[in-house]
Design a protein around this ligand. Structure first.
Ligand SMILES: [Zn+2]
Ligand SMILES: [Zn+2]
Length: 275
């Protein structure tokens, strides 16, 4: 175990080869699986305890566990792109990372998170364009997403989306521990966005704050044509693609006490199956 981690660590230093890269790749896969299982279990327990927080009250995801058969491919691509980025940086092929200081950590983290949100928004808009939609259609089979829907995607969608983590080391001199922290956040927030239950509604999830609550991506699945971004709502606000009842729904969930007091069923005309 220790040798495995040491070999993976050697992939971050110049002169590493295939063995070190494979050890790093395997370590990233194992970490994603552990993070996914812990996050998934957390939401399964929270959802069971708080039925009043369910967002789409009249819909159930009939294929909840079946969606997981796409998880190995999705996780494999995520791990390949991410370990590829770390390896490229370690070998000196990318920008030389900044030393870890009190300012370099928040600065590179903020820059990378903001860039990823822009990447995700525009790529996602592109995936909704007819010629490319076939790569994204699988993900939209989950009209009522669950925490496991995060990995319900085609390999092409996963490659397009996750190549960000390979390319970012060529754009920002981000220290590798910062990139690891961002990826952990990304894995957890991706699952949170699909949880189907709004547990963390707060004024920070609605205007004038830019943060996106679980309702945000749930409405993307439920209504199809709104809320394309990842962590923030500003791209959708700017481009006029924010769901008109997003802020109102988050606000309602801040004080929800009974099922149906927070959720709103989409009118038939706004449902994806009628698009
Ligand atoms: Zn979509
Ligand atoms: Zn989704």
């Amino acid at each position: 175990m220790l040798t495995w981690i040491e070999t993976a660590g050697a992939a971050l230093r110049p002169g590493a080869g295939w063995t070190e890269f494979l050890a790093l790749f395997a370590l990233v896969v194992a970490s994603i699986v552990v993070i996914g299982l812990v996050t998934g279990a957390f939401f399964e327990i929270m959802n069971a305890r708080h039925p009043e927080r369910r967002i789409q009250i009249h819909r159930t995801n009939e294929n909840k566990w079946g969606e997981l058969k796409y998880a190995p491919g999705s996780i494999g691509v995520i791990a390949l792109c991410f370990s590829g980025g770390l390896f490229a940086q370690g070998q000196g092929w990318a920008l030389t990372p900044l030393p870890i200081t009190w300012w370099s950590v928040p600065l590179t983290l903020a820059a990378s998170v903001l860039l990823y949100d822009a990447w995700f928004y525009w790529l996602h808009r592109l995936l909704h364009w007819k010629p490319l939609y076939r790569f994204h259609a699988l993900h939209h089979k989950s009209v009522a997403p669950t925490v496991w829907t995060n990995h319900h995607e085609t390999l092409v969608e996963a490659i397009l989306n996750q190549s960000f983590y390979f390319l970012i080391v060529f754009v920002i001199p981000i220290p590798w521990p910062v990139l690891v922290a961002e990826k952990i956040y990304d894995q957890i927030s991706g699952m949170l966005g699909h949880a189907g239950y709004e547990h963390f509604a707060s004024p920070m999830g609605r205007t004038p704050w830019p943060f996106a609550s679980t309702v945000f991506h749930d409405q993307h699945h439920g209504y199809f044509r709104y809320n394309y971004a990842h962590s923030f709502s500003f791209w959708d606000r700017l481009m006029g693609t924010l769901h008109p009842r997003y802020d109102e729904t988050v606000k309602r969930f801040e004080t929800v006490t009974t099922p149906a007091s927070g959720a709103v069923e989409p009118p038939a005309s706004e449902r994806p199956e009628t698009r």
